[in-house]
Design a protein around this ligand. Structure first.
Ligand SMILES: C[S@@+](CC[C@H](N)C(=O)[O-])C[C@H]1O[C@@H](n2cnc3c(N)ncnc32)[C@H](O)[C@@H]1O
Length: 258
């Protein structure tokens, strides 16, 4: 449990910005605006219907204990086994971390038990409400409602680590995902890691009207995406599968043209 931290919640914890930022306008802003609105609506609906089921659909009903234990397992499997890459010699309690697509706070809560400060965003206001409730006794956890494509609601960085589980697999747009990667590059310190997963099953067809199935990435695509956004895709596990985990390290010296 995150105890003993005197960090106060910021007064404004974020609200939905439904207009895409300038960076997205290059990529067909009307379509993007509609997609962002649809993602918000669909995820709000899923959250109202059965949030925990849509977060982890291996069972329909989850007790609090089961649900938050699942988040601790995610942290145990993907963070505690990988502290050399993630902490890079820092004490977790001194680290400020960022989570994209926090859902009902399953992993957010476990991140708050480990790290000094956790800032989490989600496109769904309903999910944000649940995540805030889940972390209400954790003064080091801040949950923000964002617009589904940028991180303008967050305080300025630098962040020491960024994490996202099971979120980008639901985003049916390469532009939106690329925008997030650029935003994370803007906010994390040079050398820091963004560890996340994407859909790697390239035969899977994603449809822009469907906010459940995200766009798939090949191994070549994730390497290229990292390069153009100022990262190095140093490690990759699960190419070709639905859980394609990526280790993007922010370049200390950006390559020319990124
Ligand atoms: C399957 S849930 C996973 C939640 C959490 N990461 C976990 O593992 O418990 C996917 C979450 O991603 C959020 N999401 C989907 N598209 C998003 C977007 N474009 N920006 C931010 N959050 C998004 C959804 O609202 C939902 O809460």
């Amino acid at each position: 449990m995150a105890q003993g931290h005197a960090l106060r919640k910021p007064k404004a914890q974020g609200h939905a910005l439904l207009k895409p930022k300038a960076i997205m306008q290059a990529a067909n802003s009307m379509e993007t605006a509609e997609l962002l609105e649809k993602m918000r609506r669909d995820w709000d609906q899923r959250a109202r219907e059965n949030a925990r089921y849509y977060v982890v659909n291996s069972q329909e009903h989850w007790t609090d204990a089961e649900f938050f234990e699942g988040g601790r397992k995610t942290v145990a499997n993907h963070i505690l086994t990988d502290t050399i890459n993630i902490c890079q010699g820092r004490e977790p309690r001194e680290m400020k971390v960022l989570e994209i697509g926090c859902g009902a706070g399953r992993v957010t809560r476990a991140l708050g038990e480990l790290f000094g400060e956790v800032h989490a965003v989600d496109v769904s206001g309903e999910m944000v409400g649940l995540a805030r409730a889940a972390c209400r006794d954790q003064p080091n956890v801040f949950v923000y409602h964002n617009n589904g494509c940028d991180l303008e609601v967050l305080p300025p960085g630098p962040f020491d680590f960024a994490f996202s589980s099971c979120c980008f697999q639901h985003i049916p747009s390469y532009d939106v995902i690329e925008n997030y990667i650029r935003e994370i590059a803007r906010l994390v310190r040079p050398g820091a890691l963004f560890k996340f997963e994407v859909q790697g099953y390239v035969a899977m067809k994603s449809n822009p009207g469907d906010t459940w199935l995200g766009v798939p990435f090949s191994d070549e695509q994730v390497v290229e995406l990292a390069e153009k956004c100022g990262f190095e895709a140093r490690h990759r596990i699960g190419a070709g599968t639905e859980q394609f985990w990526l280790w993007y390290f922010k370049r200390v010296w950006p390559k020319k043209g990124t």
